[in-house]
Write a protein that binds this ligand. Structure first.
Ligand SMILES: [Fe+2]
Length: 370
């Protein structure tokens, strides 16, 4: 890989050994902490007072967040270190700014929360190459299986470190879902109504790298393709931090909370359909840029010539990554569950879609042939 340079273990060790950092609170994944090798890295890197919290829930949810806030306040660390996948990073980011809420559920539910000054400095080490959560200023939390987003500049971690050694050992399924999240985030960022010149640069670079390395990263992981995917995920995070995501992300959350489908996999279920809908309706685009030029960026990054080829390219990637696309096989019954499903969709993210979507469009896209 050319020109990849990001803060990694050396920079991490320097931070952890800073004089002014006396106490470190570490939030990490229950199983991934050992299996990723983070355990060994921390043993050799941290020589001072520290407390661990091991995440329990499959996705970030409000009761566990409350528990984490309580522990952080009790321990009063100078540094919070989040080592894990998207959920671990989300917990740390929210806890660090909403530690003083009177009624956390109500405030998140009604978006009346007040982002505080950070409780402590926050450092993030992703153990999946996916969400890019180490550089974004929002985080996800579920209340009663409905997804909410907490947003504010102070959520963005103060430091991030990319350590490919910790990412390479994840299972193929985790790599596939997380890696596809990075791909989808770059694609959605390119067509988001909030995209700008800067976000397009991040997204384009991210997509060039992820499309080149994703399948090798799954099939023959090595340090080169893992570093590349780590970097691509980080760039996609920078891109969506500016542009936010669009429809495939908006409708992905109930797939996760209702059917336990991992995040990137959930996004993959409707990405092609929304891309096709947007492409077919390009003349009705409601955005301040030329939407077709953004599709051209995708064609170029995938070395395809037109939408049909690009669509097939993405379908092939999903098949090769074993990201199951069949609702029946995934035990998803939207004929039965659609009303509940649609109530869990993030309307705000839906409004970033470059083509306006009405209820009918949405249903036709989500339940093909309904
Ligand atoms: Fe995502």
């Amino acid at each position: 890989m050319e020109d990849i340079n990001f803060p990694s273990t050396n920079e991490l060790k320097i931070l952890l050994n800073e004089e002014k950092i006396k106490k470190i609170f570490i939030i990490c994944g229950k199983n991934s902490y050992k299996s990723s090798g983070a355990d060994a890295l921390m043993k050799e890197s941290i020589k001072k007072n520290s407390q661990f919290y091991f995440k329990k829930s499959y996705y970030p949810e409000i009761n566990e967040l409350k528990e984490i806030i309580k522990l952080i306040k009790r321990y009063s660390p100078d540094l919070i270190l989040a080592i894990g996948g998207g959920s671990v990073l989300d917990y740390a980011k929210i806890a660090n700014v909403l530690f003083d809420s009177r009624d956390l559920i109500e405030e998140i539910y009604s978006s009346t929360y007040k982002i505080k000054k950070k409780f402590a400095k926050l450092a993030a080490i992703p153990t999946t190459a996916g969400s890019g959560a180490e550089v974004t200023s929002n985080a996800v939390i579920y209340i009663n299986k409905v997804k909410y987003s907490v947003e504010g500049d102070n959520l963005r971690p103060d430091f991030f470190f990319l350590v490919p050694d910790l990412v390479i050992r994840a299972s193929r399924a985790v790599k596939a879902s997380a890696g596809f999240d990075a791909i989808a985030q770059a694609i959605e960022s390119l067509i988001s109504k909030k995209s700008n010149e800067k976000s397009v640069k991040f997204a384009e670079r991210s997509l060039q790298i992820s499309l080149k390395y994703f399948l090798d990263f799954l099939n023959k992981p090595n340090l080169e393709n893992t570093s590349a995917m780590n970097f691509a995920a980080n760039l996609a995070g920078e891109a969506i931090n500016i542009s936010k995501t669009t429809a495939p992300h908006a409708v992905s959350y109930p797939f996760t909370s209702m059917y336990n489908i991992s995040h990137g996999h959930a996004v993959s279920l409707t990405l092609n359909q929304f891309l096709e809908f947007n492409y077919k309706n390009i003349s009705k685009a409601n955005c301040n840029f030329d939407l077709s030029s953004r599709y051209k960026i995708m064609f170029k990054a995938s070395k395809t010539k037109n939408f049909l080829d690009f669509n097939k390219f993405l379908v092939d990637i999903k098949v090769n990554a074993n990201l199951e696309n069949n609702f029946q096989n995934l035990k998803i019954d939207l004929e039965r569950d659609y009303d509940k499903f649609i109530s869990g969709v993030n309307i705000l993210r839906l409004s970033n879609n470059p083509i306006k979507l009405n209820k009918e469009d949405l249903k036709n896209i989500i339940i093909p042939n309904s």
